[in-house]
Design a protein around this ligand. Sequence first.
Ligand code: 5AD
Ligand code: SF4
Length: 484
Amino acid sequence: MNDTDIEIENQKQYIEKVKKINKEKNLTYTILTMGCQLNENDSEKISGMIEQMGYTKTNEPKQADLNILNTCCVRENAEERLFGKLGELKNIKEEKGTIIAIGGCMMQEKHITNKIKESYPFVDIIFGTHTLHKLPENLYKAIEQKRKQEDIIDIDGKVYEGLPIKRESNLKASVTIMNGCNNFCSYCIVPYVRGRERSREPRKIIEEVQDLAKKGYKEITLLGQNVNSYLRVEKEKNIKFEEYQGINSFATLLKAINKIEGIERIRFISPHPKDFTDDVIQAICECDKVCKLVHLPLQAGSTKVLKEMNRKYTKEQYLSLVKKMKEKIPNLTLSTDIIVGFPGETEEDFEETLDVVKKVGYEQVYMFIYSRRVGTPGDKMENQIPENIKHQRFERLKQLVENKIYENNQKYIGTTQTILVEGKSKNNDKTLTGRTDSNKVVIFEGNDDLIGKIISLEIVSEHMWYLKGEIKHGRIFTNDAKIS
Ligand code: 5AD
Ligand code: SF4
């Protein structure tokens, strides 16, 4: 056993200890997840550990015995949300004596943990991104010794395998393939709070996906801050890894996962345009299960702003990558992330962003107003953009994006789309909902036994954020490969 395996065994013992203390107490917990899919995946790991320790999930913090917050710090509004939530939890704690645990990215920021200790001293456990696996030990100590636990380390965490996990869906699963980021985009806090890039062993990823396939999962999303540099650091620094099933890069990983029986769809977020090599483009073409929607974060359209952002590509390089991908990948669709109002962004720079949006024709655009993050180079730049200008630009971008999405949606009408049926619609249990390869929501009428199946249907109308479809007879096929 290596160090990390020993540590996990140790934590499993703490799980047993807490379980014993909690026996027959019918305890409940809540978990609030802020931020990205990586955090959601971390929350599934937290829930896995917590449920093994005898807690069941509830949505009502007032009734819970343990309230957990998994924080994000990518943008400022998450901070406001955290402190608002802590105010609410304080009252609940005073009434009920609930345990409060806060984890995630924001806990890696010293000024935040200091503020919590000073102004919110009722918090029981604070844990960071590198100590998530030690939650059983910290919870045990908080209960047994009634001591506050602060467990945050700054060094880059190791990759811990073998923790229990409680997944939100039984159809779609996220699989983290790498942690951390080495890119240091000048606006971004992630490299400081998630540490340096490190990839999971190929064998562990394959085993996890095989296990998910056995359990009936149909769609896998591979997660990482920079997925297409999977195993790059290991190769550059001669860090040993086992080349399992020929996997030594992101492209070979995609090909290996594509072979796993039972899995129908593979998605991945986020790649970095600068690392989008031809072998990855080739793998997307070759692998029938890899969705042809690629999330390709632009961030800004102006080459000058991109340089200031330390993105390492120009507007022209981005556009020529898009052109190459469109030529090579049949049915390619694209989505992106854009930040408006980065320091120094002029009206002309902003128009370059609008220009790229017009030229590329994205399926989906995630838009953000630049938010200063303490400790990043962007925060120290002098030419910050006034709030009102940032907001005006954001609105202009939003208007353009909505027009383009409306335009793009028209192309779907009358086409046949293959969708994975996910379940009943949220607001209408007479209709079902699913997603296209391009991740568009489709609502349609159909029998419940279609849930979990891949079917094809015709798109009859568009409604901005979703499409309506109809099953035309003779066209249903399922992932059991039976054509009706
Ligand atoms: N301000 C605004 N948006 C940001 N993002 C990352 N950092 C910031 C910031 N400081 C956005 C980027 C990234 C997405 C996950 O969040 O667009 O791709
Ligand atoms: Fe942040 Fe850039 Fe790393 Fe993405 S690639 S996590 S934006 S530093």
